[in-house]
Design a protein around this ligand. Structure first.
Ligand SMILES: Cc1cc2nc3c(=O)[nH]c(=O)nc-3n(C[C@H](O)[C@H](O)[C@H](O)COP(=O)(O)OP(=O)(O)OC[C@H]3O[C@@H](n4cnc5c(N)ncnc54)[C@H](O)[C@@H]3O)c2cc1C
Length: 299
């Protein structure tokens, strides 16, 4: 009997589920929150093939519905430990323990912190523009970060906030150049290059930030600071010996199998991937198919 576990219900995990289910496997997906992962929080997606434009929640809910219709079993629990036995893996959650011959890890990444957020998290400091941007309608805000995610966050905010400072320690904004050009064309967007955020000020709520750039400190009166300074892969729960990593990301082969037999990985948690929806889905398709096939060989 083909039987696999998937840890993480973002687009990588859901794609793995769809492919494994269609191959006849019994699939149990462990997800700590709702299905859809990061995609469910993205405002506009303009680079997923077939759609010139699709809202994140729509893509996430269509994909979840597709997997559920195929018979996906979801367990809404956080996996706290993944261990290897003789021929099986033990998936330990905050509520129980389960055994599977093969496992797909699709846990994505978690946000980097600036280290100066302190008590302002949830009081003007946010890691998700789509989730919190509307609280700052018509107000001045800042985004710190200079990559693809920062550009996407700033772009979303530029449509609802009065002013958007984009603060980056780099000399330019990087990532999708078309998206950078579109962002900078907004008259309420002001990029601050070679600049860092040194302090957050306010009495219980963010009122201003202090930035340091070009040899001087400047105070910017903003109601919110959106932090988009990169992310780290979520692998801390994996207690399996011999799992190869590169910069913390899981190293996988062309079948999305890790260095441990029967342990597969897909999406943003893996090394070398483009960290986009289309690549997460592609990884998931491979991981789900090969994990299901592997599980049938385990005695
Ligand atoms: C602001 C922003 C905008 C973006 N815009 C685009 C875009 O326009 N186009 C594009 O292609 N890509 C975009 N991306 C990137 C894209 O969202 C990711 O590449 C993709 O969502 C990765 O999917 P994933 O399934 O690997 O991980 P995730 O979506 O992060 O899913 C991981 C899941 O695992 C769960 N999980 C983690 N740990 C555990 C645990 N221990 N137990 C149980 N569950 C766990 C999490 O809750 C989460 O649901 C954007 C990203 C951001 C942040």
């Amino acid at each position: 009997m083909k039987k696999i576990a998937i840890v993480g219900g973002g687009v990588a995990g859901l794609s793995a589920a769809i492919y494994a289910l269609r191959s006849g496997a019994e699939v149990t997906l462990f997800e700590q929150f709702g299905l859809g992962g990061l995609v469910a929080t993205i405002d506009k997606i303009e680079n997923f093939p077939s759609y010139s434009f699709v809202e994140g929640w729509k893509l996430a809910s269509d994909m979840s519905a597709q997997a559920k219709a195929l018979g996906l079993k979801t367990v809404r629990q956080r996996v706290v430990s993944l261990q290897k036995g003789q021929n099986e893996f033990h998936v330990v959650t905050d509520k129980g323990e389960y055994e599977f011959p093969a496992v797909v890890v699709a846990t994505g990444t978690s946000h980097n912190k600036l280290g100066i957020e302190g008590e302002f998290v949830g009081h003007g400091v946010s890691y998700c523009a789509t989730c919190d941007g509307a609280f700052f309608r018509n107000l001045p805000v800042a985004v710190v970060g200079g990559g693809r995610v920062a550009v996407s966050e700033a772009s979303y905010l530029s449509e609802i906030c009065g002013k958007v400072y984009v603060i980056t320690s780099q000399e330019e904004l990087t990532g999708d150049q078309k998206a950078v050009e579109t962002l900078l064309a907004h008259s309420n967007v002001e990029p601050l290059y070679n600049t860092t955020v040194s302090q957050i000020m306010g009495d219980g709520e963010v009122a201003a930030i202090e930035v340091f750039g070009n040899g001087k400190k400047t105070r910017l009166d903003v109601a919110a600071l959106f932090v988009a300074t990169g992310a780290v892969p979520v692998t801390d729960f994996i207690n399996v010996e011999g799992v190869a990593k590169s910069r913390g990301y899981l190293v996988v082969d062309g079948r999305c199998e890790t260095s441990v037999k029967g342990l597969f990985a897909a999406g943003d948690v893996t090394d070398g991937s483009l960290k986009q929806i289309v690549t997460a889905c592609s990884d998931g398709a491979k991981a789900g198919s090969f994990a299901a096939a592997y599980s049938a060989t385990v005695k």
